[in-house]
Design a protein around this ligand. Structure first.
Ligand code: SF4
Length: 215
């Protein structure tokens, strides 16, 4: 892994090169709804963003609260969310999630990572996305882009996104926690692409372990 000083330098350069939180996080309608954000995040597992959006739209046209969701049958939920794949499993998880949310939290999504992780269907990525995007906490949520970029550069050396999230939390300077997710995700989508990273345009190539090993 790269040194602590190099980690700081990577964040400094990405902060200059990439857009931060304000531009990407807030839509014209303000803060997202916590319940629907959890459901959308559950639907996003192994699904393209466009398919997740279609499934969310169809499902929220039928139900927008835990109570309304539980009034639907699993078959109705599965039919609505078909575009995002794994729909039978996801429909069952949504039922378990809504049941636990009502039983343990009176239907109110908890505002802590521990509380979120205690709900069926919510893993570290979903919990951190909700903490960051919905509750405006300084948390770096690790999706596939962030996981890939961090391990290529050497910010982390983890095999799973969950482990990357743990290492990143320890290694990220406090000033970068707020916008770190947005810099890393934009960097992964624009420059450090999955198949053909644009190393020639990269602002951190001199610090990148992958670049040093492959050139
Ligand atoms: Fe990604 Fe290439 Fe930049 Fe390394 S040098 S971070 S692999 S784009």
């Amino acid at each position: 892994m790269i040194s602590t000083q190099q980690v700081e330098e990577v964040y400094r350069r990405l902060a200059k090169a990439m857009p931060g939180r304000t531009k990407d996080a807030k839509g014209p309608k303000g803060q997202p709804d916590p319940f629907r954000s959890c459901i959308s995040c559950m639907l996003s597992a192994q699904s393209l963003d466009s398919n997740t959006a279609k499934a969310s739209k169809a499902l929220f046209a039928l139900a927008r609260t835990p109570q309304q969701m539980l009034a639907l049958s699993d078959e109705e939920v599965a039919a609505a969310i078909k575009p995002c794949g794994l729909y039978n499993n996801k429909a069952r998880n949504i039922r378990k999630f809504c049941t636990a949310l009502l039983a343990d939290h009176d239907g109110v999504v908890p505002r802590t990572r521990e509380g979120l992780l205690g709900l069926p269907g919510i893993g570290r990525k979903c919990a951190d996305i909700v903490m960051s995007f919905v509750f405006d906490e300084d948390v770096i949520a690790v999706d596939t882009h962030v996981h890939r970029v961090c391990n290529r550069i050497g910010l982390t050396d983890a095999k799973t996104a969950e482990k990357t999230a743990e290492q990143l939390e320890d290694r990220t300077p406090e000033w970068a926690l707020r916008d770190g997710h947005f810099w890393l995700i934009q960097f992964g989508k624009r420059i450090c692409l999955s198949r053909s990273p644009k190393c020639g345009e990269c602002p951190v190539s001199d610090l990148c372990e992958f670049y040093a090993e492959t050139t």
